[in-house]
Design a protein. Structure first.
Length: 184
């Protein structure tokens, strides 16, 4: 996590408003304060509220753009390494909470299936939830998870589904997550 930093956007970016999840254009020369840098995304504050800026737009903040395929090998049958998938999911954060979605207990299941359509490969299916049903950031968090999964070698498709059963509660947070949140 980075300390707060004042910046001026060097170019226009599409950002996600927090907590509504609405897409908004932030124009070049907009003053922003970076509050959080986790998982390759940036939580910034403007005069109009909080926004999430994707890592692909880091250059607009004067930061280095990161991304690309994950350095991991596939299994003998060409399937993605499940540990690499879990590692990627640990790079996904709710922009308001400095703990990844795995340690928050938001990921219920992850499985890999062999597929033949639209082309042969492997699909990763994830069932996850959110800390609150009214969270407007849900689609953005799910899309971030999907994008990170697709970077794993051997993954040709990903489906990240939000579910509310069972309802999330704080007992689902890992010990590491509880420590980061000061709950233990």
């Amino acid at each position: 996590m980075a300390a707060s930093k004042d910046r001026i956007l060097s170019r226009e970016v599409i950002a996600t408003q927090i907590p509504s999840g609405d897409k908004t254009t932030l124009h070049a020369d907009t003053k922003v304060m970076i509050h959080q840098t986790l998982g390759g995304a940036y939580t910034v504050q403007t005069d109009f509220g909080l926004f999430r800026i994707d890592g692909k737009d880091a250059d607009a903040l004067g930061e280095q753009v990161t991304g690309g395929k994950v350095a991991a090998s596939t299994l003998a049958d060409g399937a993605p390494d499940p540990e690499a998938i879990w590692s990627q999911l640990r790079q996904v954060f709710d922009p308001e909470i400095p703990v990844n979605i795995v340690d928050l207990g938001l990921v219920y299941t992850m499985d890999v299936e062999k597929i033949s359509e639209p082309e042969p490969g492997h699909r990763v299916n994830v069932a996850m939830t959110l800390t609150a049903p009214g969270c407007g950031m849900g689609p953005a968090i799910a899309e971030d998870a999907k994008g990170k999964i697709l970077l794993v070698p051997g993954v040709s498709d990903a489906d990240v589904r939000i579910t509310w059963d069972p309802p999330w509660n704080q007992s689902m947070i890992s010990e590491e997550g509880k420590m980061k949140l000061g709950l233990i």
